[in-house]
Ligand binder design. Structure first.
Ligand code: NAD
Length: 424
């Protein structure tokens, strides 16, 4: 029986409040006028639909679906679709705004969006899920489009759901439209390098930060929380670059090995053990709380939101935190982290490698061409390095932490573009 660690004490924050707290600080430093503040704060479009799906038992069930376009100023909106029981329109609004800032930070020509359906995909059959995705696509037909709004996977959805979405949209259009969605299977126009892109971007920004902090990767150690898509790839890339990955974890527990883990071995273990690290013998069992405060140089929270809080921030020993997950640091913990002199590469920069390669997928679809993995990696590395440098220099210029600097870069870009485009 899997050992499930008791949930840590967390300050579960309202994601909108958390995003707005940083947004407000950055807007004030930028001297953003009230008019533009109101425009950037509010989403341009919110759509709520009720989808009537015939379940396998022959009965109809109603599912609530959402799509929020926060901004389409920089280009078509971009953002994932989440399947979860606890989603709300407020959460989708916050996540959509997050996408606007993320795309702006890495300077890709997209606005921000997010979608969701209130459902539990683990309790639905493949047929039920397919009908749900097709119904959602039909309901959002006027919202989606390769030049309007381009969805992608998020929690509870993956390449199969994106394939159904692409197929339904294409059928309604009377032609194949690959560029309407990203995160598709490779054979349907997915991009090489997308699976590992977020973890790779985490590594690139971590190494850039280490260079600034004069930390030598060969003499440094790191701890990685979460061993899913982002965490396992980030751990693998960090180890490849010479860091000792001394702590790893997933929802079943955390592990410590002072000599550093052989990440390829750990991945093999996870893949042959129902995708979890449960029962892993290659290190000492510790807790996820202990992992966060372990004696390492770099901490990579790559699991979930709100794990670094006012309850544990003062115990963190790492000099550098690189946020692979979205929102792993509660905004109330920001001050503690900053006062300890810990450098944080914030989520909207650190994990933007994923959306960057999603952008490349869309570009390839529109070209009707496929890039080699090498080209994808070279170009995404370049974008991540440029974005890091830009945020780092902005942090120096305004004398603020990189998190606020990332918001300053993003807000300034969207505000300037908005003014250039003009309005009523
Ligand atoms: P995933 O589902 O593949 O992996 C999540 C991992 O975290 C799993 O190993 C899970 O066991 C572990 N986990 C869950 N709860 C935990 C807990 N309480 N303590 C420790 N570990 C826990 O998800 P992912 O795609 O790797 O995403 C992880 C985070 O990164 C999320 O915040 C996600 O929003 C963010 N993110 C992902 C991408 C992407 O491309 N996949 C891009 C940007 C941001």
């Amino acid at each position: 029986m899997a050992y499930i660690e008791p949930a840590p004490i967390i300050d579960k924050e309202n994601p909108f409040e958390s995003m707005m707290s940083r947004f407000n600080t950055a807007a004030e430093l930028l001297g953003l006028d009230n008019e533009t503040y109101e425009i950037l704060k509010n989403p341009v479009k919110q759509v709520i639909v009720n989808l009537h799906i015939t379940m396998d038992n022959g009965k109809k069930q109603v599912f609530e679906g959402y799509r929020v376009i926060h901004s389409d100023t920089l280009g078509p909106a971009k953002g994932g679709i989440r399947f979860a029981m606890d989603v709300s329109i407020d959460e989708v609004k916050a996540l959509a705004a997050w996408m606007t800032w993320k795309c702006a930070v890495v300077d890709i020509p997209y606005g921000g969006a997010k979608g969701a359906i209130k459902c539990d995909p683990t309790k639905m059959s493949k047929g039920e899920l397919e009908r749900l995705v097709r119904a959602y696509t039909q309901a959002m037909y006027d919202v989606f489009g390769p030049d309007k709004d381009i969805p992608a996977p998020d929690m509870g959805t993956g390449p199969q759901e994106m394939a159904w979405l692409m197929d339904e949209y294409s059928k309604m259009n009377g032609r194949t439209v690959q560029g309407v969605v990203t995160g598709k299977p490779l054979v349907l126009g997915g991009s090489l390098g997308r699976t590992e892109a977020t973890g790779r971007g985490v590594m690139i920004t971590a190494l850039e930060a280490m260079l600034k902090l004069k930390m030598n990767p060969a003499h440094s150690s790191c701890a990685v929380q979460g061993f899913g898509n982002v965490g396992s790839h980030a751990a693998m890339f960090m180890a490849e670059r010479g860091l000792k990955v001394k702590a790893i974890s997933d929802v079943t527990g955390a592990y410590w090995n002072d000599k550093g883990f052989d990440i390829a071995e750990v991945i093999k273990y996870r893949d042959s053990h129902n995708k979890t690290l449960d029962g892993f013998k290659g290190g000492d069992l510790i807790t996820n709380e202990e992992l966060l405060t372990a004696p390492v140089d770099v901490l990579l929270p790559c699991a979930k939101e709100d794990v670094i809080t006012v309850h544990n921030a003062d115990k963190i020993q790492a000099k550098l935190i690189v946020e692979g997950a979205n929102g792993p640091t509660s905004y109330k913990a920001d001050d503690i982290i900053n006062s300890k002199g810990i450098v944080v590469v914030p989520d909207i920069l650190a994990n933007a490698g994923g959306v960057t390669v999603s952008y490349f997928e869309w570009v390839q679809n529109r070209m009707g061409y496929k890039w080699e993995a090498d080209r994808v990696n070279r170009r995404s590395d370049r974008i991540m390095k440029q974005a890091f440098e830009n945020v780092y220099n902005t942090a120096k210029k305004y004398n603020v932490p990189m998190r606020i600097a990332a918001y300053i870069v993003a807000i300034a870009k969207v505000a300037d573009t908005y003014k250039l485009r003009g309005g009523f």
